[in-house]
Design a protein around this ligand. Structure first.
Ligand code: SF4
Ligand code: SF4
Length: 61
């Protein structure tokens, strides 16, 4: 799969961890109460953005 252009940004996150549970590519990790993203693994499918209760995950071109 060709990775689309762009970047995922997480803004105003409350570290609930819901996004990390749905990322099937291992790009989101929830450790020690904080969510981190591995940009090399993210394919920009935006599944995480759909489950974020406060819409903290945005796609930036
Ligand atoms: S956009 Fe997709 S691959 Fe990237 S962190 Fe979110 S769920 Fe994972
Ligand atoms: S689902 Fe949203 S608020 Fe929760 S950890 Fe992920 S980005 Fe942060």
């Amino acid at each position: 799969m060709v990775r689309p252009e762009g970047l995922l940004a997480i803004i105003g996150c409350n570290n609930c961890g819901k996004c990390a549970l749905v990322c099937s590519h291992g790009a989101l990790q929830h450790h020690n109460g904080r969510v981190t993203i591995d940009y090399d693994l993210c394919i920009l499918c935006m599944d995480c953005a759909e489950v974020c209760p406060i819409k903290a995950i945005v796609y930036i071109e």
